[in-house]
Every structure is written in structure tokens, then in C-alpha cells.
Design a protein. Structure first.
Length: 351
């Protein structure tokens, strides 16, 4: 693992600089959220594991609860001496891994992927029928809608019989201007064929986020001559798509989309492991595979609240950068002066 090759100043890079140790309200919000969410995650883990794993689940519950109580008393108790969202992610992942709890969200991701794949053909047909001036803004909105559609995982997880409608999620987006709105400048550059030789895209969740948001966008970008590197997590983290799942989903989509199939076969779109195992991404610790693929890239795209806002919002790169995210937590939204469900399209070209 190494620094991401496109970081402008690795020595000064900090993935997540929001230290909650001295922020009581923020700390309480996130400790409450992580504790409640971990209990739900353990229920999912128990449903996926054999009965003999019950002691592992109980032990993980006790260990995590003990840590939460300790951090409420002493927010500097972790080895880092800080308390950030990244620190809590690492703690949760360590407890899950040490207790061999696997991927609790695997079944949910499988269902989300299947639902999204069933909608993919209709969506790409609609996009392909648009003019360039319509298509690019629509696909950016599609990424936001895909991230919002991810909220449908809640209804799937809790047994709703009605599948969420991705196409309805477009109309549910807030109108422009967004909280950060560089869409016009971005769309102008997207309409310039060959604007970028290669783009590295850090992807977020399984299901609609990846299948209906990211894939149509990179498919269109590849058609304009840009080589695409999709960077997905090496290991499971909540409902984030893993590299193994990304390969599987891309293969399935290629069987129903001749354009995408050709791009995959010719290597114009490829997926690699970022090396990550968290909903956020620490660009000081990425895989050699990613760095090898990214060395000659001239665009970095960070997608999703965890990778683009909670971490790396102020990251500096040696190439053009694009942050795309839907703000799905009020506390995170407040950090950049936004509100719940605001959209962020932060485009920073070097020239």
C-alpha cells in the first residue's frame, strides 16, 4: 500500500481532518450512529452465518459496545489519539474481521445489483436518445439519483414488498443551483471529445449507485475516447461494491449492452482494487494495482459522500478532479454549509 500516485502533496495529505475529540455534539452524533448501525449489521451477519458463529456475533457486540463506552469517556483512546469518521470505520472493520463475520450486506447487495441490472437497459436507451447537451447533465443527475436510490436498500433490508423506482429518484433531486454546482463548466468539458486520456473513478455503493449512476456515465466517457479505471474496495464495507462484485456486475451488463461489452473487451473500461475496506478512502494507502493503472491518468473522480466529502473533500491532485456526492447525513452536510440531500458537483480543472 502506498500514497495515491496523483496526490499533489502526499506529505501534507490528511484523508479526514474532522477530529471529533474536541467536538462534543459531533462526537455524540457519530458514536450514537455507529453503535446503532453496528447492532443492525450484527443482525445481518447472524442471518448469513451458521448457528455455530453465534459466539462470534456476541463477542463482536461486546467488544464494539466496550469501545463505544470507552470513547464516550475518553475520545482520544484510540492509538491515533484522534477521533474521526475514518478512525471509527477502521475500528468497526477490525472488530468485524477479527470475529470472522464476513460480509453482512452480501445478500442485500446481490438483490440491489439484480434490481439495478433489470433497469439498466431502459436507462441507457433513454440516455442514448438524448443530444449531447442533454445527456451529460442527465448522467450527472443520474449519479446523484443512483446515490439517492441507494436509500432503497433500507426498504429492501426491512422487507418492503415494493421495489424503489430509480426513475422517480430523478425527480426527487433538489433543483439547481446545488450546494456546490460546477455542472456547467463540467458539461462543457465533457462535450469536448478527447478532453481526458484516462480517468480514475473511485466508486461507492452496489446496486443503483454503481449500475445506474456510474456505469452509464463512464460508458459515455469511454465512447469519447477516455480510458476508464474504476477503483473499488478490496474488501466489504457496508453496502459498498467490492472489486469482485464490480467484475461480476460489469460482466452481466456486458451481456446485455453491446457498447459496454466492446469497451470491456478492448480494455477501455477496467476495474481494479483500490485496496480499501472502508466507506471512506484513505489516499495515503492505496493498492499498487491502482497506482500502476493511474499513473498516466489526467482526471480523478471521487463519488459518494464517504469518499468525496467525509474524506478527501479538500484533497489536492496533480490532475483535474471531480467530487460528486449526495449529502445523506445532516452533520456531514453542515460541515460544508449544506443541508440533507443537497447535491455536490465540485469540478476543479487544472487549466
Amino acid at each position: 500500500m502506498a500514497n495515491f500516485v496523483l496526490l499533489k502533496d502526499p506529505a501534507c495529505y490528511v484523508a479526514d481532518d474532522w477530529d471529533m475529540a474536541g467536538r462534543a455534539a459531533s462526537r455524540g452524533h457519530w458514536l450514537d450512529l455507529f453503535e446503532a448501525h453496528f447492532a443492525e449489521t450484527l443482525k445481518l451477519a447472524a442471518s448469513n452465518l451458521p448457528e455455530t458463529s453465534a459466539p462470534n456475533v456476541a463477542r463482536a457486540s461486546e467488544e464494539f459496545s466496550t469501545w463505544m463506552a470507552r470513547l464516550r469517556r475518553d475520545p482520544t483512546a484510540l492509538d491515533s489519539g484522534r477521533l474521526t469518521g475514518m478512525d471509527l470505520d477502521r475500528l468497526r472493520e477490525r472488530v468485524m474481521r477479527e470475529n470472522e463475520l464476513g460480509d453482512p450486506y452480501r445478500r442485500i447487495k446481490d438483490r440491489e445489483n439484480a434490481l439495478a441490472v433489470s433497469l439498466y437497459g431502459d436507462l441507457t436507451a433513454q440516455l442514448d436518445a438524448m443530444s449531447d447537451g442533454e445527456r451529460w447533465p442527465a448522467m450527472v443527475r443520474g449519479i446523484f439519483a443512483g446515490n439517492r436510490f441507494d436509500l432503497g436498500a433500507q426498504s429492501i433490508r426491512h422487507g418492503s414488498q415494493r421495489a424503489p423506482d430509480f426513475f422517480e429518484s430523478f425527480s426527487g433531486l433538489k433543483p439547481r443551483p446545488w450546494r456546490v454546482d460546477d455542472l456547467d463548466a463540467l458539461a462543457a468539458d465533457l462535450q469536448r471529445p478527447g478532453r481526458w486520456a484516462k480517468a480514475v473513478v473511485f466508486v461507492d455503493n452496489a446496486g443503483g449507485d454503481f449500475v445506474l449512476g456510474i456505469v452509464p456515465f463512464v460508458r459515455a466517457l469511454a465512447a469519447c475516447g477516455t480510458q476508464i479505471v474504476l477503483a473499488a474496495n478490496e474488501g466489504p464495507a457496508l453496502n459498498d461494491i467490492t472489486i469482485a462484485e464490480a467484475h461480476d456486475v460489469l460482466a452481466r451488463l456486458g451481456r446485455i449492452d453491446e457498447v459496454l461489452a466492446a469497451q470491456l473487451t478492448e480494455g477501455r473500461i477496467r476495474a481494479v482494487s483500490s485496496g480499501g475496506r472502508f466507506p471512506m478512502i484513505d489516499l495515503a494507502n492505496v493498492s499498487d494495482e491502482l497506482n500502476d493503472a493511474a499513473r498516466d491518468a489526467d482526471l480523478v473522480i471521487l463519488e459518494g459522500m464517504g469518499r468525496a466529502i467525509e474524506s478527501n473533500y479538500d484533497a489536492q491532485f496533480t490532475v483535474d478532479s471531480l467530487h460528486l456526492a449526495l449529502l445523506k447525513d445532516e452533520e456531514i452536510a453542515g460541515r460544508i454549509g449544506g443541508e440533507l440531500y443537497d447535491c455536490v458537483c465540485k469540478y476543479r480543472p487544472l487549466a
